[in-house]
Design a binder for this molecule. Structure first.
Ligand SMILES: [Zn+2]
Length: 208
């Protein structure tokens, strides 16, 4: 079952996210979700059924109202999940928007084929990777992160530069390996005059 409660978005467009109307719309939707969940849990066969309940929002709003940009206020959202294997009351930071669809598919027992190119991971299968709990890199100028590659201990070449806010994400960099090269050294170089930091993990190299 898929239910869309759209009045919070309307309140955001009409009054902005910093408004009383937006908060009231959230309270109303919260009560409506409660009614739906109560209808589910009062089913006569509920005890023998296997429900996964997912509550999410596809975006936020600016304080003035509106969305579609890349600010955190517009992009940051949540996933509330309840079901078998999910610890009640637990808080996780490794969950991202693309996880919603694959969580539903996994619950229905549908095998996820790589050809579908879904980059989410089922919430029922938490990652063992602690760094996936890092949700954002927030840029504080002047800062710069660079990915550099050198071949056979030659001069490093910069292949990627970061200078702005970056949500935690998987990056793929394609390298042009010089013919005859025998070794490659990949470095991450960070320059800043403050104590903010970036995190890299899960580095994988593949040949094509
Ligand atoms: Zn909208």
């Amino acid at each position: 079952m898929f239910v869309q409660l759209d009045n919070i978005d309307h309140a955001g467009h009409d009054h902005g996210a910093a408004s009383r109307a937006y908060l009231d719309a959230i309270h109303t939707a919260d009560a409506q979700v409660g009614q739906i969940v109560a209808a589910v849990t009062s089913r006569p066969a509920y005890a023998s059924e296997d429900w996964l309940i997912l509550v999410t929002a596809d975006h936020g709003h600016t304080d003035a109202g509106g969305h579609g940009g890349s600010t955190l206020a517009e992009r940051q959202t949540f996933l509330i999940a309840s079901g078998a294997g999910l610890a009640p009351g637990s808080v996780r930071h490794d969950v991202k928007m693309p996880d919603v669809a694959v969580s539903a598919l996994a619950h229905l027992g549908i095998a996820i084929y790589p050809a579908w190119n879904l980059d989410g991971r089922p919430v029922q299968q938490p990652t063992a990777d602690d760094f996936d709990n890092t949700t954002y890199y927030r840029h504080e100028s002047p800062q710069k992160g660079e990915v550099q590659v050198s071949y056979d201990d030659g001069t490093p070449v910069t292949v990627k530069i970061y200078t702005a806010d970056v949500p935690s994400r998987t990056e793929t960099l394609t390298l042009q390996v010089p013919s005859g090269a025998r070794t490659a050294r990949v470095r991450f170089r960070y320059t800043a005059g403050n104590n903010w930091y970036w995190v890299i993990d899960g580095v994988r190299l593949t040949r094509s």
